[in-house]
Write a protein that binds this ligand. Structure first.
Ligand SMILES: [Zn+2]
Ligand SMILES: [Zn+2]
Length: 279
């Protein structure tokens, strides 16, 4: 069996296992290894024929070829692991949503190393994440159609999980949209926020239509809770991530608000996260 066939069959087995309560750990394990195999298959394709599959080996060494030029060869039998794949994809410009992949990996890791039982709900969340990774990777990086490669039966399991998840994302966004914020940019921070413990985007309030500042926000997956300021403080940093690097204080797009001494003033939007004033 080729690497690609192995990847697809591992994913199919994982999807089939997800239908049985006593095979949930095996389901997550198979899905995870299927995804890694897909990634390796991409590296194998990129490596071409004359590199001895260097890109999927953990260790790569320079050798002199027959023409006296330096080339890279795979050394040893060990194939690359997940963190090695991440690094290689980054340097090759292959984009994958790693926060989604990390959620799948964390679930597999917890189940395998702590022997924690997986609930049907946790597996549904993993399936939704698998949908995102697998269908995008097949189409964007391998030019294939997930439904065709996986077959109808497996595809339906994956799609159904994603549809539930997508619905949850949307209804969480509706709850946030209904709250009263000082400014739309602060609403955007709340819409974009992901749980810092489990990176789920399903972090939202229990009530609707109230002042955003008065509420507590809960992660639907791990139950972590955040108050208004927690999300503002982390969200403002995310908003400007990569936009400032050292330099002068005047280059930093936010400062402490001098009117209330509590919030962050977003200079570009003339709004303080806490008192909402312009200073
Ligand atoms: Zn969480
Ligand atoms: Zn203020």
């Amino acid at each position: 069996m080729s690497l690609f066939d192995n990847a697809i069959s591992s994913i199919q087995v994982g999807l089939n296992d997800s239908e049985y309560e006593d095979r949930l750990i095996s389901s997550v394990r198979n899905l995870y290894s299927g995804i890694l195999l897909l990634f390796k298959y991409k590296l194998l394709l990129l490596g071409g024929t004359d590199t001895s599959a260097a890109l999927i080996k953990q260790n790569v060494v320079p050798v002199i070829d027959n023409n006296g030029r330096v080339t890279w060869r795979g050394a040893g039998n060990k194939t690359i692991d997940a963190s090695g794949i991440k690094e290689r994809f980054k340097s090759l410009g292959i984009s994958v949503d790693w926060s989604v992949f990390d959620r799948i990996n964390k679930c597999r890791n917890d189940a395998e190393h702590f022997y924690s039982a997986l609930s049907g709900e946790e597996v549904s969340d993993v399936l939704a994440d698998c949908f995102i990774i697998i269908s995008r990777f097949l189409s964007e990086h391998l030019g294939m159609d997930a439904r065709k490669e996986l077959g109808d039966e497996a595809w339906q399991i994956l799609l159904a999980a994603y549809e539930v998840y997508d619905y949850e994302i949307e209804s969480n966004a509706h709850k946030i949209e209904s709250l009263i914020f000082h400014h739309n940019i602060i609403k955007k921070i709340f819409l974009d926020f992901a749980c810092t413990s489990c990176s789920s985007p399903l972090v939202g309030p229990l009530q609707t239509g109230l002042n955003a500042e008065d509420l507590i926000y809960y992660c639907a997956e791990c139950s972590s809770s955040y108050n208004y300021d927690d999300i503002c403080n982390m969200g403002v940093l995310d908003l400007y991530l990569g936009r400032f690097s050292g330099g002068h204080d005047t280059d930093i797009p936010f400062s402490n608000c001098r009117a209330c001494n509590e919030g962050l003033l977003l200079k570009e939007y003339f709004v303080c996260t806490s008192c909402g004033c312009i200073e």
